[in-house]
Design a protein around this ligand. Structure first.
Ligand SMILES: [Zn+2]
Length: 290
């Protein structure tokens, strides 16, 4: 089954909610980045949440998430847009630890407990919005919860989980975001808080094969959920040889000459998808500017 997310509301629009099944997306990121289990979980949680945040945007708008902790994984970077497309990578993909005391992948240890979570939104026409908060947990979901409450002033519940098979492939990945809209009544807030607190952990829901529809019903109550849109979700990288040409050109003729003389060509790979692009001496010569 292909990945998708749902955009929904509940309680007469006082609550906005998103839920995602991101298994294939996270699996593609894993194979492209060669992440080990704990790194896969950290990257997968970040990708799942970033995809939902991207889905809150409109048109051609997009965003970049950076989780820069002091753990051995280094930074986690994710790009997402309003079309359900996401891509991401990590500083060091080869991070794996024993499970933590709760029997879960020790994401906090891989990410670190100090650092920053920042989001840059590119809203077109050179209109950028940047928000940044300190990392408060290192478990990713809690960090995004803190970000949304403090940087965007939207009280939210955020959950994301990734389950990894013994062979390191992704068994399942998904998540949710539930947000209180301004003007939500105390009664609604209390009801949502109670429901969210009583729902099993997202990793359990994913393990049980719960789909976004069911996750939203568990979070918001059966019959309360009004789904507005179902959006297909996928790992997608818009890189191309053409784009890399521009990047090489910007290095200048001297640098290009050095590539021709010393390396007899150039090889460049995309951080996000690990696609490798090769340039021959002739191709490099063509990139030199007058
Ligand atoms: Zn790429």
């Amino acid at each position: 089954m292909s990945d998708y997310l749902l955009k929904a509301t509940a309680f007469g629009g006082d609550v906005r909610a998103y839920a995602i099944n991101s298994t294939d997306t996270v699996e593609e990121a894993r194979t492209r980045q060669d992440t080990w289990a704990t790194a896969s979980a950290a990257l997968g949680r970040t990708l799942s949440i970033s995809t939902m945040l991207g889905a809150m945007l409109k048109g051609e708008d997009k965003l970049t998430v950076k989780v820069e902790g002091n753990g051995p994984m280094g930074a986690i970077i994710a790009d997402a847009n309003a079309k359900g497309e996401v891509r991401g990578y990590v500083g060091n993909p080869h991070v794996d630890f024993e499970s933590n005391a709760q029997g879960k992948l020790d994401v906090r240890r891989a990410v670190g407990t100090e650092g920053t979570l920042s989001i840059v939104k590119d809203l077109g026409l050179k209109n950028h919005f940047t928000g940044q908060v300190p990392i408060v947990s290192g478990e990713i979901s809690e960090d995004f919860t803190y970000y949304l409450a403090n940087s965007e002033q939207v009280p939210s519940a955020v959950g994301a989980g990734v389950l990894v098979n013994p062979d390191h492939s992704i068994l399942a990945a998904g998540g949710f975001i539930v947000q209180m809209m301004p003007g939500a009544s105390e009664e609604t807030i209390a009801q949502i808080e109670e429901k969210v607190a009583n729902v099993p952990p997202i990793s359990k829901l994913i393990q049980d094969g719960k789909q976004p529809e069911e996750i939203l019903e568990l979070l918001l109550g059966e019959g309360n959920v009004k789904v507005h849109e179902r959006l297909a979700v996928q790992f997608s990288c818009p890189c191309s040889k053409e784009r890399l040409k521009t990047a090489i050109q910007s290095l200048g003729n001297e640098e290009i000459d050095a590539m021709i003389r010393e390396d007899h060509g150039a090889t460049a790979s995309c951080h996000f998808c690990n696609e490798i692009y090769k340039f021959t001496i002739d191709e490099l010569r063509e990139l030199k500017t007058e």
